[in-house]
Design a protein around this ligand. Structure first.
Ligand SMILES: Nc1ncnc2c1ncn2[C@@H]1O[C@H](COP(=O)(O)OP(=O)(O)O)[C@@H](O)[C@H]1O
Ligand SMILES: [Mg+2]
Length: 260
């Protein structure tokens, strides 16, 4: 069974069909990228899978169950977690506290802080902290644990965002442009992290404009154009597909650079 099965998915905004009758399957494990020119419907698709937007029509099955229209916190409880392109970091809290919040989606941060003061929750707090520390170690931020989030450089914030998403213990991780705004070194750090997550069995759906990163990490690429699937396949197949080159990639991307 596919981990994620999208069938005849459509989302309209007034007269604009951002996603049109789109169907595809994501098997368990690996990195599955969604690429396409601006306006192709990538963000709309991503928002529907992560519960931010309701589909106009169609189904989204996760482990066989239709999850279309469920809110993000219900999806998180089922094992779907996401990051946001414009970071969802609480800058007035510590790095560790930001990760702790990710494990408790749906709880207001003040509620979560108050809960921590109850004695019977101290053991739970210790466990949660140990888990959050392990996640920070995982993303290479262990030494920043107690630092205020606003003291982190940009590339580190992108990894903190991933650690926060991991705190919900997802089976499916949706990453919205994890390398956007990152320099070369930061992008390579993200690449290493994504590969290590997949090596541990994670399934990742990636929306990303950095074509070198996409080509380096993807097991499977879906190319969208005008809300429909233009092509699908392994990185080498997609890279050599004439329709994809014409619609999107261009010569620079074929040579390993950025798409426009
Ligand atoms: N909230 C919205 N209201 C109206 N139109 C929208 C909205 N979101 C997206 N669209 C339109 O849907 C199409 C796809 O947009 P989007 O999903 O953001 O594409 P991409 O992420 O691939 O650049 C575009 O024509 C865009 O203008
Ligand atoms: Mg977009």
């Amino acid at each position: 069974m596919s981990l994620l099965l999208v069938e005849r998915l459509t989302r309209s905004f007034g007269g604009v069909r951002a996603v049109q009758d789109l169907s595809f399957a994501i098997p368990e494990g690996g990195i599955h990228s969604i690429i396409g020119p601006n306006g192709a419907g990538k963000t709309t698709l991503f928002n529907m899978i992560s519960g931010v937007l309701r589909p106009t029509r169609g189904t989204i099955r996760f482990r066989g169950e239709n999850i279309a229209g469920l809110p993000p916190e219900r999806l998180a409880a089922r094992g779907i977690s996401r990051t946001f392109q414009n970071l969802q970091i609480f800058f007035n809290m510590s790095v560790l506290e930001n990760v702790l919040l990710g494990g408790h989606l749906g709880l207001d941060r003040n509620v979560w802080r108050a809960l921590f003061r109850l004695p019977r929750l101290r053991a739970a707090e210790r466990r949660a902290r140990a888990e959050a520390e392990a996640l920070l170690e995982r993303v290479g931020l262990a030494e920043w644990s107690d630092a205020p989030a606003d003291s982190l450089p940009y590339g580190a914030l992108k990894r903190l965002e991933i650690a926060r998403a991991l705190a919900a213990r997802p089976e499916l991780l949706l990453l919205d442009e994890p390398a956007a705004g990152c320099n070369e070194k930061e992008t390579r750090e993200i690449e290493t992290l994504l590969k290590s997550l997949v090596a541990d069995g994670m399934t990742i759906v990636l929306v990303e404009h950095d074509m070198r990163l996409v080509m380096n990490v993807s097991d499977h690429i879906i190319v969208l154009d005008h809300g429909r699937m233009l092509a699908e396949g392994r990185a080498e197949e997609v890279r050599e597909n004439p329709a994809v080159i014409e619609a999107y990639l261009g010569q620079a991307a074929v040579a390993g650079g950025h798409a426009p």
